[in-house]
Design a protein around this ligand. Structure first.
Ligand SMILES: C[S@@+](CC[C@H](N)C(=O)[O-])C[C@H]1O[C@@H](n2cnc3c(N)ncnc32)[C@H](O)[C@@H]1O
Length: 256
């Protein structure tokens, strides 16, 4: 999938993205509690300068800014980044946002203490070259002694089981209940899959069905660890859900 179609997918999904969560505000708070804890454990009390380089509509960026950090949220999707700005303003949270491709980050060297790339965003980079370019850029914008923080699905397990669907997620909103689920179509390489992303949204007649499509690369932890080391990161560590309390494996690494 090319970058422009990933952008089209998330531009189109941005207005509905909160429906992915049973309660988006509760997820903002829960995710920030874990990620903020990791940032402060690694870097000290702060506040710190953070870049969320795939901020989407702001799920992690808003909570981290509310925790006191100075956060910039950037995303390939200008529509998602614009919504992140509006949602943070609605909540009285200061968040600077920009549309930017994580493979070509428009920030100077040593600008941030930590870079966050959460909830499987890295999986939209479909080649080793793109993964390397993104991680090199994250290294460049971090100061020495900085922190990289990535979260991804447990693709080691997923590659073994090759699921065809994701479980339905029911979201409660002001317009009623909506339902999100995905069908996954695995490529012959066994590594990449096309996602058919279904959302059932209430309307006067019952349900409106919205279907969007994207492609992801099921990145094993070893691939991410090796690519981060090649990009100049040290001290690679995977924090699994049973110890971190986060719903996905979290990868941290440091810059010397
Ligand atoms: C699953 S969403 C997660 C968004 C956000 N972190 C959250 O949890 O709500 C993946 C995000 O990655 C972004 N993305 C995909 N490819 C990207 C790229 N090359 N550069 C920057 N962002 C990208 C998408 O636009 C999308 O917002």
């Amino acid at each position: 999938m090319s970058a422009s179609s990933a952008r089209d997918f998330y531009d189109s999904l941005a207005a509905d993205y909160h429906r992915v969560f049973p309660d988006w505000d509760a997820s903002i708070a829960r995710q920030a509690a874990v990620l903020d804890g990791l940032v402060r454990r690694e870097l000290g009390p702060g506040p710190h300068r953070l870049l969320d380089c795939a901020c989407g509509i702001g799920t992690q960026a808003i909570g981290l800014a509310r925790a006191g950090h100075r956060v910039v949220g950037s995303d390939l999707s200008p529509v998602a980044a614009t919504r992140a700005a509006a949602e943070s303003a609605d909540r009285g949270v200061v968040l600077a946002t920009a549309a930017a491709d994580m493979r070509q980050l428009p920030f100077g060297p040593d600008t941030f203490d930590a870079v966050v790339c959460a909830d499987n965003s890295l999986a939209h980079l479909l080649s080793a070259q793109d993964l390397a370019a993104a991680l090199r850029g994250m290294r460049r914008v971090l100061r020495d002694g900085g922190l990289l923080l990535l979260t991804l699905r447990d693709y080691d397990d997923i590659r073994r089981t090759r699921p065809a669907t994701s479980p339905p997620q029911v979201s409660h909103g002001s317009d009623g209940r909506s339902i999100t689920f995905q069908l996954w179509h695995w490529h012959d390489d066994g590594e990449r899959y096309d996602q058919e992303y279904f959302q059932l949204v209430p309307d006067e007649e019952g349900w409106e069905v919205r279907v969007r499509r994207a492609t992801s690369w099921a990145l094993p932890r070893r691939t991410v660890t090796d690519a981060a080391s090649a990009a100049g990161f040290t001290d690679p560590t995977w924090h699994m859900p049973d110890t971190s309390g986060f719903y996905q494996p979290v990868f941290t690494a440091r810059t010397d």
